[in-house]
Design a protein around this ligand. Structure first.
Ligand SMILES: [Zn+2]
Length: 160
């Protein structure tokens, strides 16, 4: 049952991401009615995925426990997975995947530092600017360009 639920969760997240990309394309094609529909489907798939995740994981712990889990297990697991992905991409000489995995690894290492800082300093929340292309997170100040993928500042989304 858990394997079935994990597969369903993965499919929902994959579909939510696909809908998000379709929405971006519809925005670019000046089709706001389609963009809105795809954005609604994105939110719907994410809500369904969240329910499945809660069924798999059960009780969600206290915020301090969640933060420890993110720092000790979840982000390090991604860093390890991206390193493996990078290594395999280099072996088959696929530069695009190698660069993507390298970027993801660097971003995840920075995110790990961000999470550790949140654990150490319990202060007022930061404002974050997230590169909508590669996922790099800048805190406090909006950069002129993304230090990872060089996207322009207009590609950043503010999260308060
Ligand atoms: Zn970027």
């Amino acid at each position: 049952m858990e394997e079935h639920s994990l597969n369903l969760y993965a499919k929902l997240i994959k579909e939510a991401t696909r809908m998000e990309v379709y929405a971006m394309r519809a925005d670019k094609d000046q089709r706001p009615e389609l963009a809105r529909m795809y954005k609604a489907l994105t939110v719907s798939h994410k809500a369904q995925a969240r329910r499945v995740l809660l069924q798999i994981r059960g009780f969600i712990g206290h915020s301090d426990e969640n933060l420890s889990l993110v720092i000790d297990e979840e982000l390090p697991a991604f860093i390890k997975a991206y390193a493996k992905c990078h290594h395999q991409a280099v072996e088959i000489n696929n530069k695009a995947i190698a660069i993507g995995c390298d970027h993801a690894s660097r971003i995840t290492q920075m995110n790990l530092q961000l999470a550790k800082r949140a654990q150490e300093l319990r202060q007022r929340p930061d404002t974050f600017f997230i590169c909508d292309f590669c996922g790099f997170i800048a805190s406090a100040n909006l950069p002129d360009t993304c230090p990872i993928c060089t996207a322009a500042s207009r590609r950043f989304k503010k999260v308060c």
